[in-house]
Design a protein around this ligand. Sequence first.
Ligand SMILES: [Zn+2]
Length: 249
Amino acid sequence: MRPEDSLPARASRHVLLKEVGAEGALRMARLSALVIGAGGVGCPAALCLAEAGVRKITLIDADVVEESNLARQILHTPARLGMNKARSACLALQAVNPDTELEAVETWADAEAIARHAQGADIILDCSDNFATRHAANRAALALGRPLVTVSAIRMSLQVAFFDFSRPDAACYACTFPEDDEADVKASQVGVLAPVTGIAGMIAAGEVLKWAAGMPSLAGSMLLLDTLSWQMQRLALARDPACPVCGRR
Ligand SMILES: [Zn+2]
């Protein structure tokens, strides 16, 4: 049997890509991803992964769906107002792809919860909206040696950073954004253009799929995109030897 014969029809356009092929599509189909946050960024990221047919998606979120979320959190509906966001997102994802195993974790994404649920995941996708969670995800991913994609969207801009902790010399999130930095600006305070969260989530999911297929990815770098000026920058993530989180590895 050829490798592509065991793949569902939804993988067919990926198989055609010479950079992916049947082997890459099989690796995508075996992927298990932990998605932190079922909000503006986490919804489109998880949607893209489920549509692509990954094996498992675990979603962590303690929040409930509110009316103000509906402009951009594309997996939630008015009928699910008040429902936990991870559960609401999994209901939508199940309809999109019944073959992807889904797990809703209805707790706060603190360090312990992230570390516990990251154990069985191949990659961590941090779509949270605050520094505390990003740093907790960073510490958990670093400790487990799991790759971490950190995504944020604010106003008209987005940021996607890929830390590949399978490499011993990888920089960590705290090398660039120190844990004691108090400049945490949230979309809930300054606003965000709804599609920018969607673009951010889709870029991040694309990086996860590329990484799974063994293609070149953003690993080791950070993408900054301003959708007002359409200026884009890709910056190398430099390791800080004095970083209190990863410096003494
Ligand atoms: Zn570091």
